[in-house]
Ligand binder design. Sequence first.
Ligand code: UDP
Ligand code: MG
Length: 201
Amino acid sequence: MSFGDKVHNVVFVLGPPGSGKGTQCSKIQSNLGFIHLSAGDLLRAERQRKGSEFGELIETHIRNGSIVPVEITCKLLENAMLASGDSVKGFLIDGFPRNQDNLDGWQREMSDKVKVHFVLYLSAAIEVCVQRCLNRGQGRTDDNEESIQKRIVTYNEQTFPIIKHYEKLDMVREINGEKSSDEVYAEVERAFKNAGFRHHA
Ligand code: UDP
Ligand code: MG
């Protein structure tokens, strides 16, 4: 399998844990026809896969809120993109790139295969994010006080600088993620329209 000559459209979706990335991405997928790829979900699936040599390593990183080496995450993303076929409108890459290692690895592997249009940045106060993670009941091994605190430190120290990097390139579209999911989505859709992406027929 290969990407052939097609350059795929990509939008990165970043923001603190619990800022609503997954929720907004599923709305974008149903309304605008982008394919939602959550790096966290792909890592959790790989962790569960029988015979995976990375299961334990992934679980350790997830519990500690630290970042899995990019070679693993980028491969999972690339495989998921390949599996989606050639006719897709584009990909929402949710929760990636989370640190400089992620960004460097992505550039190395993917820069000639994709066009990153912008970074959708869902911002929200940390207290709001913590409450949402504690209340969402998805049974995640990292939705406990201790892991959440670690994820927030990682976000502030490693992910926020990546958002700043894209801000310097004028590629960040920041949306306040604290409102209701429908209110947030209205603004999200405006950001996509401004970038030339419209409702699918
Ligand atoms: N993770 C990672 N690399 C990624 C995405 C996720 O290492 O590109 C790991 C990391 O340990 C993170 C966890 O998976 O804390 C959960 O990520 P997810 O995006 O699902 O959750 P969020 O913290 O945004 O709610
Ligand atoms: Mg998520």
